[in-house]
Design a protein around this ligand. Structure first.
Ligand code: ZN
Length: 329
């Protein structure tokens, strides 16, 4: 396969801390010989595992970037046994534009893995992760949130994996992260996700959904920061006691946990995040925008559980995600 067009200004084997860039040539109207430069920090000390932290895999999800820019400022390589790689803005063009997907090529970073060194910009960045960064890592932590179109109960997630030993290591990492909710996440379509690429390489992989709506709160950023400290301790990269608060363990057993809208219109949420729901209970109504006197369309829970995530904007289109329910374990 062709070499990656991405180069790095940091040396992944060097001891100490380096702040630099991943550089991907991008020739465009405003900069003929320009580049996309993606901020990266590498901190290394002695022998130990490597952890790879990423934020803004989707560019409008902010807890990860906030906590990771902060980590890059605070981290002291002398306190480490191992290596920490920090990339707060993984899909950097999307992050810079405040959008889920790249404004250059429309690329959704979490749908293009394993990537392509000869593909579009998003695919080239993904390929660099697949062939250069993931092989360096033992632990991979990818921060997501609801972005502009969804909101979630703050949770850390692991997946059901064929390799049960790997699955138990991922679950242990999820528990160590110690978000208020720990979810065995059922993806709508796991193909071409960063998650799947990392898991297929045998990595200990966890992700998060921490809030949403295209912004952050002090509470959700605090969860991200505590999770980072805990996973660094759990992996043995830093020393210290785990910070343990109560977590609710949740499962998404099958597709019946998801509710999708089949109508467009105005959303009336009938339950709030964190509420208990019963199968058959109305979770939302969609009102017709175009006329009065037209009955609203009702949407129902398919399963008993906790309302875990929902559509964020006030208006919705047919086919949109409306809500998701997960089941306490
Ligand atoms: Zn995301």
């Amino acid at each position: 396969m062709k070499d990656s067009p991405v180069s790095s200004t940091v040396d992944f084997e060097k001891e100490g801390i380096q702040h630099g860039f991943l550089k991907l040539p991008h020739s465009h109207d405003d900069s003929a010989w320009g580049s996309i430069i993606i901020p990266i920090t590498v901190a290394k000390n002695g022998v130990g595992p490597t952890i790879l932290f990423t934020g803004a895999n989707h560019g409008d999800e902010y807890e990860g970037p906030v906590a990771l820019f902060d980590l890059a400022n605070e981290i002291n390589p002398k306190e480490l046994s191992g290596r920490v790689i920090i990339i707060p803005g993984m899909n950097y063009p999307a992050f810079q534009a405040g959008k889920r997907n790249s404004p250059i090529d429309g690329g959704n970073m979490n749908r293009v893995f394993p990537g392509d060194p000869e593909g579009n910009f998003t695919q080239k960045i993904a390929d660099y992760f697949t062939r250069t960064l993931l092989p360096l890592a033992d632990y991979v932590v990818d921060f997501h949130s609801g972005g502009k179109t969804m909101e979630f109960l703050p949770f850390c997630a692991a997946h059901i994996l064929e390799d049960k030993k790997q699955q138990s290591l991922c679950i242990a990492a999820m528990k160590a992260f110690n978000a208020p909710h720990s979810v065995m996440l059922l993806e709508i379509d796991a193909a071409n996700m960063y998650d799947t690429a990392a898991e297929n390489m045998g990595k200990v992989f966890i992700s998060t959904e921490l809030g949403g709506g295209g912004s952050t709160t002090a509470y959700t950023v605090g969860i991200a920061k505590k999770g980072i400290r805990n996973i660094l301790r759990h992996s043995g990269i830093i020393k210290g006691d785990m910070e343990v608060d109560e977590t609710l363990n949740l499962d998404m057993p099958d597709d019946s946990c998801y509710v999708f809208s089949e109508t467009s219109g105005l959303v009336e949420h009938c339950v709030d995040l964190g509420e208990e729901v019963k199968a058959g209970q109305i979770v939302a109504k969609i009102h017709n925008l175009e006329r009065t006197g037209s009955p609203s369309k009702e949407y129902f829970a398919g399963i008993d559980g906790i309302y875990t995530g929902r559509h964020f904007p006030g208006l919705i289109a047919a086919g949109d995600f409306l809500g998701v329910i997960s089941v306490p374990i």
